[in-house]
Structure formats: structure tokens, C-alpha cells
Design a binder for this molecule. Structure first.
Ligand SMILES: Cc1cc2nc3c(=O)[nH]c(=O)nc-3n(C[C@H](O)[C@H](O)[C@H](O)COP(=O)(O)OP(=O)(O)OC[C@H]3O[C@@H](n4cnc5c(N)ncnc54)[C@H](O)[C@@H]3O)c2cc1C
Length: 305
């Protein structure tokens, strides 16, 4: 296969936007992804993407995909199993054994939101179960909600929800590991009740979430919290397995990048949720994809990092 200018791995908002920018710059490219649309396809209604007051996630993903099709950008539907440096170019090995070679690479493989794996979680996803307070918080205005988790993501979710929710139960399995400054703020809010030493047993409801059962980790004491929303904030798992021997990864498993989306390896760029950019949002991922493609173009044109 001929040497390409650019391989883009991942077809969520970051990878698809990178492809649009790269194509318009005249780069030869191959987009490789195991599915098209990424986490946008798992979103009920997106209400924070400019230009759309409210749009179902799958519809937004389909519109971007159509734009790629109109631009004759080919998407190879496959998982990338390995990314390697081979002399002065890079080789991405697809799971079916096809090898793609290019001068530069944009990694845009996103993350998986860690799940609780309890009864009711899947059934009530987008019906009261959410993984993203920034996305869904306003839907729970004036309601009682539970936030599950003890790290910074959970504490920040509580901070996001304080202005809108009526009451917030923070359910922590062991100890609160969030930064002290955030913990102090949530502890001083009379809207927040912190329940330490509890895990979630099941999420209940009819059409939407109505309550969550929690059980104490020490004695098995059970409680039912009557809430209309459950925010699962137990972490993200970035999809980096194929590149972990090549790229610098931080302790959250994210690819470390600079302000131009450059990784530690000259010629490899990363964008969106797989990177250490803190805001995991569609608009941010799209913006970072655009930045990564433009940085790749500069690198390919100048051969300077
Ligand atoms: C339930 C839910 C609701 C959300 N709601 C909102 C919202 O309302 N508003 C908002 O702004 N954000 C929302 N988000 C967050 C938003 O979806 C993400 O921030 C965004 O999709 C990140 O884009 P991305 O392109 O970085 O990654 P992703 O969208 O995760 O896309 C990753 C891509 O990489 C591919 N891939 C992964 N591994 C490999 C591999 N090894 N080989 C090849 N391809 C691979 C995937 O198939 C996919 O195509 C929500 C997320 C979830 C889970």
C-alpha cells in the first residue's frame, strides 16, 4: 500500500473533524475506526452543540458522517491493533492484518465510561442514568439525584449539579480522593449528603429512574435513595492499548499532549477524549481534532515537530 500523508485512528467527533480538515488541506489520508460516530451515537439528545438547540446524538453523528462521504473520505471499518514507528514513517496494523503506512498519525480513539454493572444501569441509560453532568445536568433541575464515585470526577459532578439539583447524594465506596479544595466546597453545601462506605446494588424505576438501592461495604446495611437521576462518575478508560508502547500515557491512561495536540513522538498527534485534555465534550473533541489535523499538516509540510 502506498505511503500516505496521514492516518487518523477513530471516527468520533475528534477523528471525523480531523479528517475534514486534513482532506481540505490536500493530505492523502486513511481514516480507520471500529465504528463510526463514537460516543455521540450513545447520547440521547445533544443540547450543547452550537447550531442545534437539541439533536439526537445518532443524528448528529450521521450528519458528520454524511459530510465525510460527500468529501469522498474513506473510512476503513476495523480496530487498530498496533501503532508503530517504522523508520521515518508510522505503521498502523488493522485487526484484519492490513498494514497502513503514513508520515503522520492522529490518534482519536476516545474513551469508555466505566460502568457500575448493576441491575438497572443499562435499562435506565438516558432515562435517568447519566455519565456526564455537563451534558445532562439541566435535565435534573429541581430534582434529587445521586452521584456515584469518590474521585475528582465525582466531586466535580457534584459541583456542577449544586446550582440545579434540589438534593445531591454523593455515594462513595471507600474514601473521598478528590482534591481538598473541591471536597471542602461540597461539604459546605447544605444540598449535599455524603454517604461514605456504600456501593450501589441496583437502580430502580418504571419508565425513568425512581430510586437507587445502596448497601454498606462493612455491615451490608441497605438504604434506598429516592432520586430521579443517577450520575455514574467512576472514571474513564481511554482506548490506548494499541499505542501504549509508543506514546506517553499519564496515570489516568490518557495520551499526554501539548497545546498543539503533539504527543511525545514527533509526527504523532492525539485529539479528543483519548488525550489529557480535561473537558470530555463533543465540541471540545471536534475542536481538538481540527487542531491535530492542522498540526499534522504543518509537520508534514515542514518535517519539523
Ligand atoms: C452517554 C453519553 C452521553 C454524552 N452526552 C454528551 C452531550 O450531551 N454533549 C457533549 O458535548 N458530550 C457528550 N458526551 C461526551 C462525548 O460523547 C465525547 O466527549 C465525545 O464523543 C468524544 O469524542 P472522541 O472523538 O474523542 O471519541 P469517541 O466519540 O469516543 O470516538 C472514538 C472513536 O474511536 C474508535 N476507536 C476506539 N478504539 C479504536 C481502535 N483500537 N481502533 C480503531 N478505532 C477505535 C471508536 O470506534 C470511535 O469511532 C456523552 C458521552 C456519553 C458516553
Amino acid at each position: 500500500m502506498a505511503l500516505l500523508d496521514l492516518i487518523i485512528i477513530g471516527a468520533g467527533p475528534a477523528g471525523m473533524t480531523a479528517a475534514i480538515y486534513a482532506k481540505r488541506k490536500g493530505l492523502t489520508l486513511q481514516l480507520i475506526a471500529d465504528s463510526v460516530g463514537g460516543n455521540v451515537t450513545k447520547t440521547g439528545n445533544v443540547e450543547n452543540y452550537p447550531g442545534y438547540k437539541s439533536i439526537p446524538g445518532p443524528q448528529l453523528a450521521a450528519l458528520i458522517k454524511k459530510q465525510l462521504e460527500d468529501m469522498k473520505i474513506d473510512i476503513k471499518l476495523s480496530r487498530v491493533a498496533k501503532l508503530e514507528k517504522a523508520g521515518d514513517y508510522f505503521m498502523a496494523m488493522a485487526a484484519d492484518g492490513t498494514a497502513y503506512e503514513a508520515r503522520a498519525v492522529v490518534v482519536a480513539t476516545g474513551s469508555k465510561w466505566k460502568e457500575l454493572n448493576v441491575p438497572g444501569e443499562k435499562e435506565f441509560r438516558n432515562k435517568g442514568v447519566s455519565y456526564c453532568p455537563t451534558c445532562d445536568g439541566p435535565l435534573f433541575s429541581g430534582m434529587d439525584v445521586a452521584v456515584i464515585g469518590g474521585g475528582n470526577a465525582a466531586a466535580e459532578a457534584v459541583m456542577d449539579l449544586i446550582p440545579m439539583a434540589k438534593k445531591i447524594f454523593l455515594v462513595v465506596r471507600s474514601t473521598l480522593k478528590a482534591d481538598k479544595v473541591v471536597v471542602d466546597k461540597i461539604q459546605s453545601s447544605d444540598k449535599v449528603a455524603i454517604l461514605m462506605g456504600y456501593t450501589v446494588d441496583r437502580i430502580n424505576g418504571k419508565d425513568f429512574v425512581e430510586s437507587v438501592d445502596i448497601v454498606s461495604t462493612s455491615g451490608g446495611e441497605r438504604k434506598t435513595l429516592n432520586v430521579g437521576g443517577v450520575f455514574v462518575e467512576v472514571g474513564l478508560l481511554p482506548n490506548v492499548a494499541f499505542a501504549k508502547d509508543l506514546l506517553e500515557i499519564n496515570d489516568r491512561g490518557e495520551i499526554v499532549i501539548d497545546e498543539r495536540c503533539r504527543t511525545n513522538v514527533c509526527g504523532v498527534f492525539a485529539a479528543g477524549d483519548v488525550s489529557d485534555v480535561p473537558q470530555k465534550q463533543i465540541i471540545v473533541a471536534a475542536g481538538e481534532g481540527a487542531k491535530a489535523a492542522m498540526s499534522a499538516f504543518t509537520y508534514i509540510s515542514t518535517q519539523k515537530c
